[in-house]
Design a binder for this molecule. Structure first.
Ligand code: FDP
Length: 335
């Protein structure tokens, strides 16, 4: 079998498809390299003294896990010096991090969630890293980057992806020409392409939602789930299965591979009446899902059309199987 490495794939995208500028290729390679190091740290667990929480909280008031902070630092250090970025932003940092003056600056903006699904870390279940790449507005790097420069709609993304640290370490990537999957060959230290055209199966009867939030849902979400739980006896006329991993990366990866729908909808709780973050969770996942033939809305409009108002803004998320997303979105819009 011919093995296509991530490096070769990126060079071919740059050379043949003309879709990938050199600086963006470098950026993706650096993020992918940092993910290898994070994967190594995750796999060490207690032996690497990386489990457990710190005394600190992030900007969203969530207690930080040791690995949240370690992975955040690894991504920051890896990306600072390359000359491809103007600034970066992370779930774990209150505001943007500008590239220090001692390094050259580029025209890209990187956003990431260093460890997604943090509650899984200490119990040895899958976690991941999510990232999104935007182009800085005109004038950058000639002027100082501001937080507002990051507030671009998801449609503006030039690349997005995630790494999943599960039984295998996998990188899933889009630069707007489809979705590609690479598996880490640990002995060689390379990302090897294992799916050249990830397309999500449609018509599969599976949903992913945290059922314990039912009392917080809107009538549209309650209706949608109840109809599916009724199975063959209900209006859908078929039985549905349910899965919930509590890691968006793992849940979305399953849906990309097996089909189905993932939801963390708007609900009645505060803050923000939603759980997931628009800029570095919902937008990159929506880009990947749309590129793989699925759909993604906030329950009302496509997520990638949501106007960002803050770096850490939260948003409702309904993504996956096109027909299922359309059904739930139509119920939402009817209320
Ligand atoms: P976490 O905060 O544990 O990092 O990013 C938010 C997120 O994980 C998602 O990955 C996951 O889908 C969700 O929270 C889990 O939420 P619940 O605890 O409500 O299941």
């Amino acid at each position: 079998m011919k093995r296509i490495t991530l490096t070769r794939f990126l060079i071919e995208q740059q050379r043949n498809e003309k879709v990938l500028p050199g600086e963006l290729r470098l950026l993706i390679e650096i993020v992918a390299r940092a993910c290898k190091t994070i994967s190594h740290a995750v796999s060490k667990g207690a032996l690497g003294e990386v489990l457990g929480s710190l005394d600190s909280e992030n900007v969203q008031g969530e207690v930080q896990k040791k690995l949240d902070v370690i992975a955040n630092e690894l991504l920051l250090e890896a990306n600072e010096w390359g000359g491809h970025l103007a600034a970066l932003a992370s779930e774990e940092m209150a505001t943007i991090h500008r590239i220090p003056n001692r390094y050259p600056k580029g025209e890209y903006l990187l956003l990431y969630d260093p460890i997604d699904g943090s509650s899984n870390i200490d119990v040895d279940l899958s976690v991941g890293t999510i990232f999104s790449v935007l182009k800085a507005p005109e004038g950058v790097p000639g002027r100082e980057v501001m937080e507002e420069d990051f507030l671009q709609k998801g449609r503006q993304q030039v690349a997005a992806g995630y790494a999943i640290y599960g039984p295998q370490t996998i990188l899933v990537l889009t630069v707007g020409t489809g979705v590609y999957e690479f598996t880490l060959d640990r002995e060689v230290g390379s990302w090897i392409m294992t799916d050249a055209n990830m397309t999500m199966p449609q018509g599969k009867c599976e949903f992913a939602i945290n059922m314990s939030n039912r009392r917080q849902w809107s009538p549209a979400v309650v209706r949608y789930i109840e109809e599916r739980v009724e199975g063959t006896a209900g209006p859908c006329g078929k039985d549905y299965n349910m899965r919930w991993t509590a890691s968006m990366v793992a849940d979305v990866h399953r849906i990309l591979k097996r089909g189905g729908i993932f939801m963390y909808p708007y609900d009645h709780r505060t803050p923000g009446k939603a759980r997931l973050r628009l800029m570095y969770e919902a937008n990159p996942m929506s880009f990947l899902v749309e590129q793989a033939g699925g759909a993604a809305t906030d329950g009302f409009i496509p997520i990638m059309d949501v106007e960002p108002t803050g770096l850490h803004q939260r948003v409702g998320v309904v993504l996956g199987d096109k027909a299922e997303v359309e059904t739930l979105t139509a119920y939402g819009n009817a209320h």
